[in-house]
Design a protein around this ligand. Structure first.
Ligand SMILES: [Zn+2]
Length: 111
């Protein structure tokens, strides 16, 4: 991959990581709001638990994405072959990398 392209994708990854870290922080409050001692009514408690469950699964997704983004950035800084599919070892399309620079898989292997 050309250095310019790589720098561009590295920049995207750095921004993505900052964004995801911010999202995790914002989401943390929701996952921590419900505790067993809450003396709120049964219905609102169910609602709160529901919101907490959504927040928890969202947080899981963010954490996975964040991990992938950090791994991708690590590859770039080490000069490893970033942009190569980890499953079939073919180059990942640049348009795909621009849309999700953290992906370790090409479009075929991600299906
Ligand atoms: Zn592949």
């Amino acid at each position: 991959m050309e250095k310019e392209k790589l720098d561009y994708l590295k920049n995207l990854l750095e921004k993505l990581i900052v964004e995801l870290e911010g999202a995790l922080d914002a989401n943390k409050e929701t996952t921590e709001t419900v505790s067993l001692d809450d003396s709120i009514g049964r219905l609102s408690r169910a609602d709160a638990l529901h919101a907490q469950n959504i927040a928890l699964s969202l947080q899981g997704n963010i954490q996975i994405k964040l991990k992938l983004a950090r791994q991708a950035l690590d590859k770039i800084s080490k000069g490893d072959d970033y942009g190569i599919c980890v499953a079939c070892e073919k180059p990942i399309a640049e348009a795909r990398l621009e849309a999700m620079p953290e992906t370790p898989l090409c479009v075929n292997c991600s299906r």
